[in-house]
Design a protein. Structure first.
Length: 132
């Protein structure tokens, strides 16, 4: 068990947890836990007096996250098609199939779009880019 804990700690030195702006993620107990478990390794909303998070996530920020501008929409379009899933098992299967349908070419396109969005964000000094 100790060896596993060391491996997890080493792994988390290079990973960062990114939250969205959902209210449950902003609850004080959640932020306290994140500051304890992921100090300097989480990105999200924080109270003004908290400085343990790596980077405050500004509300209404530019959409640069591949999960936001590609993945969630792709999965929703693949899962919530008529006829809608009628059970948790069917929902799970559809999500699994949607994720398995993502090709290497699709991921290359996502990274090209990401590079473009970052460039636009730099040029516009952080202006919204969702109309792209």
């Amino acid at each position: 068990m100790v060896r596993f804990q060391k491996l997890i700690k080493k792994l988390f030195l290079t990973l960062h947890l990114q939250l969205d702006g959902a209210l449950p993620h902003f609850h004080r107990n959640v932020r306290v836990l994140l500051n304890r478990v992921f100090p300097q390794h989480w990105i999200g909303r924080a109270a003004a007096n908290e400085d343990n998070n790596l980077l405050p996530w500004p509300p209404s920020s530019s959409d640069l996250t591949p999960c936001d501008f590609f993945l969630w929409g792709f999965v929703k379009d693949s899962v919530y098609i008529p006829l809608l899933p009628t059970s948790i098992h069917e929902l799970h299967d559809r999500i699994t199939y949607a994720l398995q349908a993502i090709t290497t070419d699709m991921l290359h396109q996502v990274w090209d779009v990401f590079d473009y969005r970052v460039d636009v964000c730099r040029v516009t000094q952080g202006a919204h880019i969702e109309g792209l």
